[in-house]
Design a protein around this ligand. Sequence first.
Ligand SMILES: Cc1cc2nc3c(=O)[nH]c(=O)nc-3n(C[C@H](O)[C@H](O)[C@H](O)COP(=O)(O)OP(=O)(O)OC[C@H]3O[C@@H](n4cnc5c(N)ncnc54)[C@H](O)[C@@H]3O)c2cc1C
Length: 158
Amino acid sequence: MAVKPEHGIECLFAPRRTVLDRLLVDAARKVGAEVRHGIALSEVEYAANGRIVGVTLKDASGSRATIGTDIVIGADGRQSTVARLVNARTYVQGCNASGIVFGLSHGYQGWRMMVVIAVYGAMFGVMAHLRRSLRPGMMAHATQDAVAGVLLYFIARS
Ligand SMILES: Cc1cc2nc3c(=O)[nH]c(=O)nc-3n(C[C@H](O)[C@H](O)[C@H](O)COP(=O)(O)OP(=O)(O)OC[C@H]3O[C@@H](n4cnc5c(N)ncnc54)[C@H](O)[C@@H]3O)c2cc1C
């Protein structure tokens, strides 16, 4: 898809992943890479001196194989297993700030609710930071909304 040219850039393209991924895989194979699909890295192997000397790979059936390697590149995305396994340092974490922005965006409910939701947002941000996942915050949000809804129902009836 061609995008309007701006700022000295002649054109932009937004290829679908089905197109882009194939191009990348074909290019990697062309320069000698062995590409294996359906394999997940599950462990890294350390030598006594702390250097990584191998990885354990798991296939869809759950069977594991360990292979030796000189170098491991953790190009496995946002929830990188490699980064977690090597305790990689976090450079930027936006959970708390986005939680507070989430609260501020509830200004239409009045400033009291805005402050309450900003505090909730910050707490969910801390939870996401500690658990390295948004899931506990999402579950807490759903639980809080459900409990508040049930309480309001009974308060309205009484
Ligand atoms: C809905 C959406 C729309 C987006 N739109 C844009 C956009 O328009 N423009 C833009 O620039 N960016 C966009 N992004 C962001 C962009 O997709 C990411 O920044 C980019 O894909 C990150 O690339 P990556 O190679 O680091 O990780 P990924 O593309 O996530 O690749 C990581 C790969 O590692 C694999 N992997 C993960 N764990 C393991 C494991 N344990 N073992 C083996 N393999 C593993 C995954 O299967 C995946 O193939 C968008 C993201 C989303 C979710």
